[in-house]
Design a protein around this ligand. Structure first.
Ligand code: FAD
Length: 297
């Protein structure tokens, strides 16, 4: 099923996972994670794609099992920076052969040591990947794209970022998933400004439970998102107590989600970081809220 059809029973609940990075190449631990996530009946699970195609086979394998063995819709992330058309065709053929109907089309993070000014490349922006897939695989995949409530770090302004976002949607992205944010006002601003510019596709909110102070500060720095005072005060107070920090992060994320659903969000995408406990506790704590939104639970 295409995610755009699931979005008609809004709000959707979905999870993001990443292929485990084990030195011996064993990724079997991810299936214990999916066993548990499946019990929460998500609308879909998305699987990330390593910078420069470093996880291609694992992304396809995991997405394929989610779809064909767990009978849950899978979204395969796919990035185009540093990719050739032949490489993209190989991945897309393989996704198609495995009945995967949904692709999150990204430019992708720059691989280590990659210099965008010097490296030869076929594709510069995600909109070009959307264009490539739409032309080569008509009516095959439901495409989606990333968007940035606090503006992408390379964009000069919100205005420029939204012009680029419109191009991505015009090239085939049927819905969008946001970068993490901890202040819902940035999400509401993005939706308002997008609608003004004729970007009318569903915008799913990406939420990351801030259960570990160190990784939270790191991710916030990398993604350029602000940490509101009340969250940073709690982090400061509880950062040396991992159990208390977990409660801070889960409760903060839960409150964000309740506010978003109250205000009509199209969907919630939990960046699980492969952490089953957090995803389970948050989902269970809003089960009645989700049930009251006409979701099939
Ligand atoms: P683009 O949409 O191409 O935008 C990149 C920059 O270029 C922006 O500043 C934009 O404003 C500008 N731009 C875009 N089009 C144009 C244009 N036509 N003209 C001028 N400027 C333009 N990374 C991974 O490597 N693997 C993953 O699995 C992954 N999953 C992600 C999932 C989500 C939900 C999100 C939000 C991000 C994810 N990322 C992933 C990170 C993402 O690849 C980076 O944020 C990357 O820097 C930008 O990707 P993009 O697809 O948004 O790029």
């Amino acid at each position: 099923m295409k995610i755009i059809d699931l979005l008609h029973r809004r709000p959707t609940l979905s999870f993001e996972i990443f292929p485990p990075k084990n030195h011996d190449g064993d990724i079997s631990s991810i299936y214990q994670t999916i066993d548990e996530l499946a019990k929460l009946k998500p609308d879909f699970i998305s699987v990330t794609y390593g910078a420069g195609g470093s996880t291609t086979e694992n992304t396809v394998e995991i997405a394929s099992k989610i779809k064909n063995e767990y009978s849950i819709e899978a979204v395969a992330h796919l990035s185009c920076i540093d990719a050739t058309p032949e490489q993209l065709i190989r991945v897309l053929d393989s996704l198609k052969a495995n009945n995967i109907e949904n692709v999150l089309a990204l430019r992708g993070d720059y691989p280590r040591g990659y210099d965008p000014m010097k490296a030869p490349h076929y594709y510069k922006y995600a909109s070009e990947l959307n264009d490539f897939i739409s032309k080569n695989y008509p009516d095959t995949f439901c495409l989606s794209g990333a968007c940035y409530p606090e503006v992408h770090q390379e964009a000069a302004s919100l205005e420029e970022d939204l012009i680029a976002l419109k191009k991505k949607v015009d090239a085939g992205a049927e819905y969008l998933i946001t970068q993490i944010f901890f202040d819902n006002n940035y999400y509401y601003r993005l939706v308002r400004e997008a609608r003004i510019r004729g970007i009318n596709v569903p915008i799913i909110a990406g939420i990351m439970p801030a259960t570990n102070s160190k990784s939270l500060l790191n991710i916030a720095k990398l993604s350029g998102c602000n940490i509101p005072y009340n969250l940073s005060a709690s982090i400061e107070r509880f950062k040396s107590n991992p159990q208390a920090m977990k409660e801070v992060g889960m409760n903060y994320a839960t409150n964000q989600i309740i506010d978003l659903i109250t205000n009509g969000v199209d969907g919630i995408h939990l960046y699980t970081m492969n952490n089953v406990e957090t995803a389970t506790r948050i989902t269970n704590s809003i089960s009645n809220i989700l049930a009251s939104c006409n979701r099939k639970v």
